[in-house]
Design a protein around this ligand. Sequence first.
Ligand SMILES: Cc1cc2nc3c(=O)[nH]c(=O)nc-3n(C[C@H](O)[C@H](O)[C@H](O)COP(=O)(O)OP(=O)(O)OC[C@H]3O[C@@H](n4cnc5c(N)ncnc54)[C@H](O)[C@@H]3O)c2cc1C
Length: 452
Amino acid sequence: MNDTFARDTVSRTWTAPVAFPESVPKKADVVIIGGGIIGVSTAWFLAKQGIRSVVCEKGHIAGEQSGRNWGWVRQQARDPREMPMIIESLRIWRGLEVEIGEEVGFTTAGCLFTARSEKDLEDFEAWLSVSRQFGLDTRIISGKELEAQVRGGPADWQGAIYTPSDGRAEPHKAAPAIARAAARLGATVLTGCAVRGVEREAGRVSAVVTEHGSIQTSAVLCAAGAWSSMFCRSIGISLPQLKVRGTVARTAPADVVLNGAVFDKRIGIRRRQDGGYTIAHGSVLDHSLTPSTLRHSLKFMRALKRELSVLRLSIGRDFIDEWRMPTRWALDQVSPFENQRVLSPEPNKKVLAELRVNLYETFPALAGVEIVESWAGMVETTPDVIPVIGEAETLPGFYIATGFSGHGFGIGPGAGKAVAGMLGGKDSGIELNEFRLGRFSDGSPIRPYTTI
Ligand SMILES: Cc1cc2nc3c(=O)[nH]c(=O)nc-3n(C[C@H](O)[C@H](O)[C@H](O)COP(=O)(O)OP(=O)(O)OC[C@H]3O[C@@H](n4cnc5c(N)ncnc54)[C@H](O)[C@@H]3O)c2cc1C
């Protein structure tokens, strides 16, 4: 079947059988837990510095968030603290296909958030000062200029904030291609290889224990996405992290109404390399309450308040599942990471139905276009909606790079460069102090600047 019309173009990234290694290396300079965009980008940059890493992924490369996201590579509306990293990331994306010799579907096609009210426009104006501070090309557009970017949008759009230099890429292609590039430069990339825990010697990390044996190392990077908090907790490190489910769909190839990525309160939509669109509801995130919600609620209060209008809260199975999940386990026994190789939430059917209506009503030119695939992913976030990057103060040699919220795909290559610099003692030019884990416990104010 033509790949464009296949029902699993995206989801085959995580539905194929997991490939298990026959053995693991005895030693590594760095062991990376997690084969998402953060883990593989770090491995690639480490390899470029001549540092040998082993990436241990329990399931598939890009099997969780990194293969399921919307594919937006945006600077627009970011927290100012992330700006240097995303600007560097876009620079890397622009040259990525040439440098690694593989397709990732990146193109500079702009990002646009539409305003349905004067208030929306005022909010956008406020971000223009951030844009100016970092020398971006962001501007407010309306009328004919808006129509030129998005054909046939609703009449009540008052205008939009638009950053032409933003881009888009194909999530199911990007992280796997970067992983192969890292491997060609000497990294070892293992799938079907859960890390159960770490071993210590003289108060610092000395090895990781995987389901296939131990790897001696003096540096471990936890880039475990939605699992990072649980992993850290099992070794005595508190990492506040919560998860929300996002439902996503893909259309068949259709008329060009836009070329980049457009966010409207009713729909988030991006043109795909295959001529279809990746779409999601603009204003719905599902959060199923869990013991973690209760444990971290105080720290998340400000972030949750900002999300109240889009969060659909529920309580049920997830609460019981997490309640029953062990928090510690013996390293010679099967761990929760092997028991759930791939975190694969069901798409929300109600949201999918609303999404279809929103798509057809917002873009009448797309009315009737077939939705050929749908999936869901768990977005993980921190109390201030920016990542945690740094060495754990209580365990020398244990580093963390996680909590990238709903915007870690675009920033992934830049984050990989910054993290590899931190691990290899090389100045990446990206300041990481704002991202230290200690900000959640040292009395620093928790300041979410953006939404998830
Ligand atoms: C629906 C949705 C839409 C999004 N849209 C965008 C967007 O448009 N633009 C954008 O920039 N970002 C977007 N994001 C966010 C982005 O996808 C994430 O921030 C980013 O992919 C995080 O990458 P990661 O490598 O940290 O985590 P992940 O991709 O989740 O990778 C972590 C990996 O670690 C593995 N792992 C965990 N524990 C272990 C263990 N013990 N042993 C071995 N392996 C382990 C997991 O299996 C997983 O594969 C979106 C996310 C979702 C879910």
